[in-house]
Design a protein around this ligand. Structure first.
Ligand SMILES: *Cc1c(COP(=O)(O)O)cnc(C)c1O
Length: 413
């Protein structure tokens, strides 16, 4: 399987399906809505079941339209293979279901997507040991490692405060200790950053966000970069040990998580995600430019107390972001001065929509403490640096002057 795309990012995404002959010259992989797949020779069916020839059996485990998207994501991440899931959370849940066992220790960044935080609490309830650390410094990760540490999990840019994990140093630490390094690349997307470049073994993407990009479809993916040595991983079942070492991780994940728990991506969703992915690079460039314009304007205004955006020189990991990422991304957050009520400000915005979700073509805003981080309570919010007036902004592709003016007029002049 080829690993490095020979074309640029967008060319690869646009033309990957055509690398295999598509019926009638269609540039898109067609949507195959069949749940089952028939064979003229019953012996071929048996060989497919026994893994002696490739082929499809039943829609829950794989489908030609979903496979085409998996290949595209593999190219985008420069990996050796991918599995798609119904949502990003299903992909994260699969890591837990497919690879972790009672008594394992996992280390995770404490600056986390709220639902991932909730999954780790479930893991702890089910007998895993959990250490949540400030992953902006590798020392905090290193200091909690144990004999039974199976996995280190981080996000690239944390939502909503935009802390950036010490990605390269954590990768080096995991490589030295032989620990699986899992990076959730949703906030950066494979266009801005390839976690493989910092030694990641498994990459998580919520396809729902920037990759699909239009807020009209859910999906998730896991990509194996080929860097992790599965032959040394203790929980691979004997059945999957028969495969080449590089294939063992995804083989077990496909069977034990996707097949057994069934959070499969539908062919229609795969098609919509593939269409969205064609413009990922264009959207990320525009969204990053718009985010930079709005964040800079807000930071310069005395009515704004604080702006958190990796593109600003004031951001604690600005230099790291410059070094690692192609641009600074679509997401920032900010706090108004105490005399301005954040709800009043949000209600004065005319274009930005009061809504959850991120990585959309339209600009979305949300008062974080009162909504997406409400469930975790004030103590955990304080640990995560989320105060009551924090507003998260997912910047869209609107014309820059229009969206900049919207945030400016809402300040009240
Ligand atoms: C949204 C998100 C997820 C979950 O993705 P869904 O497709 O909504 O299930 C996971 N990680 C991060 C960083 C996210 O932003």
């Amino acid at each position: 399987m080829s690993t490095r795309p020979s074309y640029g990012f967008t060319t690869t995404v646009l033309h990957n399906d055509r690398q295999k002959n598509i019926e009638h010259g269609s540039p898109h992989k067609p949507v195959h809505n069949s749940v089952t797949f028939g064979y003229a020779d019953a012996r071929d069916l048996a060989e497919v079941f026994q893994g002696k020839q490739s082929g499809y059996r039943y829609g829950r485990q794989g489908n030609p339209t979903v496979s085409a998207l998996e290949e595209k994501i593999t190219k985008m991440e420069d990996g050796i293979g991918s599995i798609c899931f119904a949502t990003g959370m299903a992909a994260i849940g699969a890591v837990f279901q497919g690879l972790l066992r009672k008594g394992d220790h996992i280390v995770s960044s404490g600056f986390l997507f709220g639902n991932t935080n909730s999954v780790w609490q479930t893991c702890a309830d089910q007998g895993l040991e959990l250490s949540l650390v400030d992953a902006t410094d590798v020392k905090n990760v290193e200091s909690v490692l144990q004999e039974n540490t199976r996995m280190v999990f981080v996000e690239t840019i944390a939502n909503p405060r935009t802390q950036i994990a010490d990605l390269a140093r954590i990768g080096e630490l995991c490589r030295q200790r032989g620990i699986l390094y899992v990076v959730d690349n949703t906030m950066t997307s494979p266009y801005l950053f390839k976690p493989k470049a910092v030694g990641t073994g498994l990459v998580v993407n919520s396809l729902t966000k920037s990759i699909a990009g239009h807020g009209n479809v859910l999906g998730g993916a896991l990509t194996d970069t080929g860097l992790f040595d599965w032959s040394a991983y203790p929980h691979i079942a004997p059945n999957f040990r028969k495969q080449a070492p590089a294939a063992q991780g995804l083989a077990q994940l496909r069977a034990k998580a996707l097949r057994d728990f069934g959070a499969s991506l539908s062919p229609d969703a795969a098609h919509q995600i593939a269409v969205g992915a064609e413009t990922l690079a264009l959207r990320m460039e525009r969204e990053s430019a718009n985010a930079m314009a709005i964040a800079s304007m807000l930071e310069a205004d005395p009515r704004v107390a604080k702006v958190h955006y990796p593109g600003l020189a004031s951001h604690p990991q600005h230099a790291l972001a410059l070094q690692l990422f192609k641009a600074y991304g679509a997401l920032f957050s900010f706090e108004l001065q105490p005399e301005i009520d954040c709800f009043d400000y949000l209600n004065r915005l005319k274009l930005a929509i009061n809504a959850t979700h991120l990585g959309d073509t339209r600009t979305l805003v949300i008062p974080v403490a009162h909504t997406i981080f409400f469930e975790m309570g004030p103590a955990r919010r304080a640990e995560m640096g989320i105060n009551d007036s924090l507003i998260r902004v997912s910047v869209g592709i609107e014309d820059t002057d229009d969206i900049l003016h919207d945030f400016q007029q809402a300040l009240g002049n």
